[in-house]
Design a protein around this ligand. Structure first.
Ligand code: HEC
Ligand code: HEC
Length: 382
């Protein structure tokens, strides 16, 4: 479950601030699908410098630009989604030069590796500050993960011990299989780019790991994000349902705690223990890296003491390297022997946050798979 990133959809800018609800994060990771996608210049109308880049990386790269400069899309583009190809803003022309400059720096000085990015200079500001300063909180750098310090004191567990402890602590994989369905009620608090907050009631219904529907109720209408087997669909503010892009589908799953928690071994591959500890809110966490089914790189943080999953970080690839989305799990409660997080917080690039709090959970309720099917007509307005 995630949040509809309005700026990539066709809707007015006022709405995008507080797009009703949750739902799907239009993130684009370098998945198998992405790697086979067309070059950007074939998929978009006016690509002059990002030629040869897979089409799926264009939008994440745009999010990267916005985050690095601390601006919205309209800083470089016309507001409307269908006018991004226009060259009406001088900032877009500057940005093209900057892309070429940044690529040239990496090519000429760093052997072609992506070392210098827009954020190296901009750090959340449209105009980089030339003179050094002390005590200034720079945006992307502080939001990115802190660098973990190796801790030598205790002997490190093995990966199998870590995962074993986690499975026992979370109620065990066997218990997870006994939960056929669940229904959650609660709230989601969305904080947008401008720091404005809004609280909405939310309903979550899931059947096994393959079906999840998240409905946020906003005064503008419901927003729905649904995972329906091997595909998904989205409704924002009572617009007609549309299919998720493969990468949105991937993000929606990774952001769904019902899909991830208790199922680490089933969901992720290439798990590797990083043999280091990091502090999260004063607690020591072990870090395990891995890959999702869609090949997105993830990092999992397990509480050293309790063994529980505290955090999941996943990468979104851009032309200038990845940015991160972070999900923090808290308030685990025992439900029929399974530990279920009642609170999770999704932190995104540019400081956008969605915080879910469950108030009511029912397990093994009757749920019909047909209820996850994509509706052919928009739901009636409230
Ligand atoms: C710092 C400036 C900047 C920001 C901010 C920015 N873009 Fe872009 N965008 C560009 C440039 C430059 C290009 C053209 C790249 C090229 O010529 O290869 C572009 C191209 C695009 C295209 C391709 C349009 C086409 O058909 O040719 C889309 C879509 C797009 N941007 C969407 C967005 C979205 C959505 C956002 C906000 C999340 C955003 N951009 C933020 C600079 C920016
Ligand atoms: C080596 C440092 C450096 C890097 C890397 C860099 N920039 Fe810049 N950028 C600057 C400086 C310095 C300015 C301000 C120039 C001025 O004041 O005339 C600037 C200005 C800009 C502006 C105009 C801002 C305004 O207020 O009009 C845009 C847009 C921009 N950069 C986009 C980017 C993008 C996109 C990237 C990454 C592809 C990038 N820059 C990478 C140093 C950098």
């Amino acid at each position: 479950m995630g949040y509809v990133r309005g700026e990539m959809k066709t809707m007015s800018h006022k709405k995008t601030r507080f797009l009703a609800g949750i739902l799907v994060y239009t993130s684009f990771s370098l998945s198998a699908a992405a790697q086979t996608s067309r070059p950007a210049e074939q998929a978009f109308k006016n690509i002059k410098v990002l030629t040869g880049v897979p089409e799926s990386q264009i939008q994440p790269t745009m999010w990267f630009f916005s985050a690095a400069l601390g601006v919205r899309c309209r800083f470089c583009h016309e507001d409307e989604n269908d006018k991004r190809e226009m060259d009406t803003k001088p900032q877009k022309a500057v940005a093209r030069k900057m892309i070429e400059m940044t690529m040239a720096i990496n090519k000429n000085s760093f052997g072609g590796r992506t070392v210098v990015t827009c954020n190296s200079c901009h750090r959340g500001n449209a105009k980089p500050v030339g003179s050094p300063a002390i005590g200034i909180d720079t945006s992307l750098a502080t939001r990115a993960e802190a660098v973990g310090k190796p801790i030598a004191a205790d002997p490190m567990p093995t990966l199998d011990q870590l995962i074993g402890k986690y499975e026992t602590a979370s109620g065990g994989a066997a218990t997870a299989r006994q939960i056929s369905s669940l229904a959650m009620k609660g709230t989601v608090v969305d904080t947008n780019f401008n720091g404005e907050r809004k609280t909405m009631p939310v309903d979550i219904v899931a059947k096994g790991p393959a079906f999840t529907m998240v409905t946020a109720h906003d005064h503008d209408g419901d927003s729905i994000s649904t995972i329906n087997g091997s595909s998904g669909w989205i409704v924002t503010e009572n617009r007609p349902a549309r299919d998720m892009r493969p990468t949105e589908f991937e993000a929606a799953k990774l952001e769904d705690p019902n899909y991830v928690t208790g199922r680490v071994k089933q969901v992720f591959t290439e798990l590797r223990f990083q043999s280091r500890l990091e502090k999260i809110d004063g607690r020591d966490a072990y870090i395990v890296s891995g890959r999702s089914p869609g090949s997105t790189a993830v990092r999992l943080y397990f509480d050293k003491e309790s063994g529980m999953l505290m955090r999941l970080v996943y990468d979104t690839e851009t032309v200038f390297g990845p940015y991160y989305t972070r999900i923090d799990y808290a308030d685990y409660r025992n439900s029929d022997g399974l530990q279920v997080p009642y609170h999770w917080k999704i932190s995104r690039v540019r400081g956008e946050v969605s915080e879910y709090q469950v108030s009511e959970l029912k397990l093994n309720v009757p749920v019909n798979e047909a209820s996850f099917a994509k509706p052919s007509a928009p739901p009636a307005a409230k």
